[in-house]
Design a protein around this ligand. Structure first.
Ligand SMILES: [Zn+2]
Length: 419
């Protein structure tokens, strides 16, 4: 079955059968890649990044930076590049037309066809994508850390990764997800992008987005679903640990806060760029490829510090030309706890603005840190218990990322031997 993804293009799938791969990699120049590139190889090969079939060439990067478009005219906001040092190019005598064997975890992973070796001014790239060239912006810092040159060209996965528990239950390729949606009979699916364990504010965001996406459809049939899509990639100290994020979202359904047939948890591999509005567009593209029809955008989506206005990510979609994006943004404000109404309410709906309390992530974190169970209207007890369990099981005693977690945690996936 063929599925259509972003830009009206068929979902990309670039995976070489094992027997063929064993032969194809013989004698190729080997290049060891880091985590970010390995995750992006997986994204390209399974079609998460459709229509990309590989890392960008100069024309693509130029189009993305200057016009938010690929060279073929398809909307795209963030460069996806393969960087390499001058020394490595020289030492391995890498030339255009070569094929490279990309290695990760000391195993063969993918073949990269060297279509073009090019340079691009990193300061310019940073400024155009992030709107700033300040190094304290983590996306800018990531850009500055790229090595001297870039290689553009197609990527083919020769060794499929095996997801490790608990992520194995939540990883679906775009094609697999679409099959799941067909089984469920979902016609409209709204994405909840997350890097957090859910408090009830998040829960209400999802419930509100579900109502919004479901709209005028008949209520007696389940045709609308919520897909929680957790971004899994490079972690920063103090983030919630990945295991807690996915498992705690999933427990919201298991504990009955969402009905079994309207909610599903999944992951996508991506190292956050914190590009604010541009990253919102990127997330919309990613979820288009997953087969989603709607995407929730809340306050300060993918932002960092004060680089973007909290609602820039809402506004950017007004500027995208009709037909360039095949997913509907669901723009949401915040949910508050209102002690006068005695319930969680949508900001601005009731008239007790001065009495309402926002969900402070910082406050909730400090409560969790102290191990005190918050009121269930703020934080579900099942989620709280599971966070503590995950801390013990995966976090070396902490629900937040520590140095030890960064060093000793098990990788999300393992590459098997290729023989
Ligand atoms: Zn109220």
């Amino acid at each position: 079955m063929n599925y259509i993804g972003h830009g009206g293009k068929e979902i990309v799938e670039r995976i070489m059968p094992r027997e063929q791969a064993v032969e194809a990699i013989k004698g190729l120049t080997e290049v060891t890649i880091r985590g970010q590139i390995a995750r992006e190889v997986i994204d390209i090969a399974y079609g998460f990044f459709t229509p990309l079939e590989g890392f960008m060439t100069r024309a693509d990067v130029e189009g993305v930076c200057n016009e938010m478009k690929l060279a073929n005219g398809v909307l795209w906001p963030i460069p996806i590049v393969f960087d390499i040092s001058d020394e490595e190019i020289k030492e391995k005598n890498i030339k255009e037309g070569d094929k490279l064997l990309l290695k990760y975890q000391d195993k063969p992973m993918a073949i990269l066809e060297v279509e073009e070796i090019f340079t691009y001014d990193k300061k310019e790239m940073a400024k155009k994508v992030y709107g700033t060239d300040e190094e304290k912006h983590p996306g800018v810092a990531r850009t500055y850390n790229y090595k001297d040159k870039f290689i553009g060209g197609k990527v083919t996965l020769v060794n499929e990764p095996v997801m490790n528990p608990p992520f194995d239950q939540f990883f679906f390729t775009p094609k697999q997800l679409r099959q799941k949606f067909a089984e469920k009979g979902w016609q409209r699916i709204v994405a909840h992008q997350t890097r957090n364990v859910p408090h009830t504010g998040h829960e209400w965001l999802m419930k509100g987005a579900w109502l919004s996406a479901h709209g005028e459809l008949p209520v007696e049939k389940t045709v609308t679903g919520i897909l929680v899509n957790a971004i899994i990639g490079e972690k920063r100290k103090g983030d919630y640990i990945d295991e807690a994020i996915v498992l705690c979202h999933d427990v919201l359904r298991k504990a009955g806060y969402f009905r079994e047939d309207v909610h599903m948890t999944s992951i996508a591999l991506w190292d956050m760029r914190y590009a604010g509005p541009k990253e919102a567009v990127f997330h919309a593209i990613l979820r288009t490829n997953l087969g989603l029809t709607h995407h929730m955008f809340g306050r300060d989506h993918a932002g960092v510090g004060t680089y973007y206005d909290p609602y820039d990510a809402h506004r950017i979609f007004d500027r995208i030309p009709e037909g360039a994006l095949n997913i509907k943004p669901v723009r949401v404000l915040e949910w508050w706890y209102c002690p006068v109404c005695g319930e969680v309410t949508y900001s601005g709906l009731c008239g007790h603005k001065d009495k309402a309390q926002g969900f402070s992530g910082t406050l909730i974190r400090s409560i969790i840190q102290d191990g005190v169970k918050p009121p269930r209207l703020i934080f579900r007890p099942e989620v709280f218990d599971l966070i503590m369990e995950c801390a013990e099981k995966y976090g070396f005693g902490s629900p937040f990322v520590t140095d030890r977690y960064l060093k000793e945690r098990q990788d999300i996936f393992t590459l098997p031997d290729l023989k």
